[in-house]
Design a protein around this ligand. Structure first.
Ligand SMILES: [Zn+2]
Length: 141
């Protein structure tokens, strides 16, 4: 599945886009009119956290659970805990900004930098035409 075919959450659809068509997350810094996807703007991140706004769409998050994308090691830990019938809790602080569930799922599927070779999907970070499938291998090979 190409990224253009992934359903876009309402708030993400309102985000500005880069020249390839990728929506620009709320915490992404800009250099002129070019978004710097591989970087995080700490001021924008702090604003989102202080105002309880989603790091992807920038819209307000109601009270309740918030979500974030996790890497391969943590996803394996979560899978191990669930397989053992144990709850998974990670109380370690993280620099990853939280967001709406739909926004985080969308980012995990579409963001080229979450798909870099050392990330979970291990796909190219450069080719927006990468194919995404529900059967894509996740975690350590
Ligand atoms: Zn959102």
């Amino acid at each position: 599945m190409r990224f253009e075919r992934v359903p876009v959450p309402e708030g993400v659809g309102a985000r500005p886009r880069d020249g390839r068509g990728y929506p620009v997350p709320a915490i992404t810094p800009w250099q002129g009119d070019v978004p710097q996807f591989a970087l995080t703007d700490h001021g924008r991140s702090a604003d989102c956290a202080l105002e309880r706004r989603c790091s992807v769409c920038g819209r307000f998050m109601e009270r309740g659970p918030v979500w974030r994308v996790v890497g391969a090691a943590e996803s394996e830990a979560i899978a191990g805990a669930l397989a053992a019938g144990q709850p998974y809790r990670n109380l370690a602080p993280t620099m990853e900004g939280p967001g709406h569930r739909a926004c985080m799922l969308y980012a995990a599927m579409v963001c080229p930098y979450l798909a870099r070779p050392n990330a979970r999907r291990r796909a190219s970070a450069e080719d927006p035409a990468d194919e995404l499938t529900s059967a894509a291998v996740r975690g350590a090979a």
